[in-house]
Design a protein around this ligand. Structure first.
Ligand code: LMR
Length: 402
């Protein structure tokens, strides 16, 4: 018998299972609304022009080589990433009490945070919203946390259940971390208002919750990097010591390059240096030092004003196309008289819509119509385009009316 004979088959990872099944599906009208990855109106992944430009420069730059990066990553990338989320004028940036740790995507940044909070700080509990991105729970469980959930989504009103959320957070035991989606909540597409963020911050302060912002979609809500950074900047200005896990997968379209940063905001620069030194030791035993290619692209763009401006235009293009798809889907559902109120499609923000389709209806979308979406009812708006909108709207109408 194999030494592995007691190992059980693990459950599939829903979102990547969907992608694989979509790719293998020969149906001519298949649509992929599962994974949160941008596509143009032609249904194809979009390599941003600024990324192509920088890659071409890199290919011919004879001064570049493949030496190891520092353990904490490329310095220009880390500084640029922290400034991008907090803003150049942020007091913590100005006072040199922010550190960046380059990581393997947003997931890697969460991992650096989880390991440090558990191992070095002895935090025991982590609060996540119901619902949340499924990887939050698994990642923190494997890092040794006990996961607790706080209310977030009010399905009746299609809005944030702020009272429920605050009530749950007020019962948090000592040594609790809370993961907050900085912008474009995944999967609900519904963020707290600025007034609600203030109340959330009050409870975090009162209960001494350690705040970990997960920021995977900066730019996708408003099309503007600064506006989308509001919640993070607010926490910094209030004097919180907190972390922000940043992903560059979506806003740079660099999914498979795994470009992330953990932005560490401390009260003073002495603490910052000590925290960073411990995180380096943690990173050393996980991936030792990060990869170069994607981080160099991002660093080049962030530190070059004309390229930065060009990138910001591309973000607007992506955000606007998604907004347009929201309007179109909303109109089509109303035009065909699909029962129910579909206003949440245009009210929600970021890459996803939480359609309200139940598990059975969502499965019917996949099985009968070859429209791949998560069983929670989440769809990626970026998977819609002018060729498949009618088909998707009709399918939704069918599964809802039957
Ligand atoms: C998603 O939520 O679809 C993306 O963030 C991809 C992933 O890693 O789950």
């Amino acid at each position: 018998a194999s030494v592995f004979s007691d190992i059980e088959m693990g459950p599939p990872i829903e979102v990547f299972k969907m992608v694989a099944e979509f790719n293998a599906d020969p149906h001519p009208e298949k649509v992929n609304l599962s994974v949160g990855a941008y596509r143009g109106n032609d249904g194809k992944p979009w390599v941003l022009p600024v990324v192509r430009t920088v890659e071409a420069q890199m290919a011919s730059d004879q001064t570049l080589n493949h030496e190891y990066l520092p353990v904490a990553g490329l310095p220009d990338f880390r500084t640029g990433a922290c400034k991008m989320i907090l803003g150049e004028e942020d007091p913590a940036i100005v006072q040199n009490r922010v550190a960046g740790v380059q990581a393997l995507g947003g997931t890697g940044a969460l991992k650096v945070a989880a390991d440090f909070l558990r191992q070095n700080m002895k935090y025991e509990y982590v609060y996540v919203s119901t619902p949340t991105w499924e990887n939050h729970k698994s990642l923190f469980t494997k890092a040794g946390f006990k996961v607790k959930e706080h209310r977030y989504w009010n399905a009746k009103t299609c809005s944030v259940d702020l009272e429920g959320m605050l009530e749950d957070l007020r019962t948090a035991p000592p040594k609790s971390v809370v993961i907050l989606h900085a912008v474009a909540h995944n999967p609900t597409g519904t963020d707290p208002t600025q007034e609600q963020w203030k109340q959330i911050a009050d409870v975090c302060e009162e209960k001494k919750l350690f705040v970990l912002m997960d920021c995977a979609y900066q730019g996708y809500t408003s099309g503007d990097l600064d506006k989308d950074a509001w919640s993070c900047r607010y926490f910094s200005q209030r004097g919180f010591e907190f972390f922000i896990a940043q992903s560059f997968s979506k806003n740079f379209g660099l999914y498979n390059e795994r470009v992330g940063n953990l932005c560490v905001v401390c009260k003073d620069s002495d603490s910052k240096s000590k925290v960073l030194s411990q995180m380096e030791l943690n990173v050393r035993v996980v991936w030792s030092n990060p990869s170069n290619h994607g981080a160099r692209i991002v660093a080049t763009v962030l530190n070059n004003p004309p390229l930065y401006a060009e990138w910001r235009e591309s973000i607007k293009t992506m955000a606007n196309r998604i907004l347009f798809m929201r309007e179109q889907l909303h109109q089509k559902l109303k035009a065909i008289g699909c029962p129910g109120n579909w206003d949440h499609i245009v009210q929600q923000q970021g890459m996803f819509s939480y359609t309200g389709l139940n598990e059975h209806q969502s499965e019917q979308m996949v099985k009968r119509f070859h429209i791949y979406m998560l069983k929670s009812g989440r769809i990626s708006m970026a998977g819609l385009n002018s060729q498949n909108l009618d088909y998707v709207a009709k399918a939704i109408n069918t599964v809802v009316t039957e």
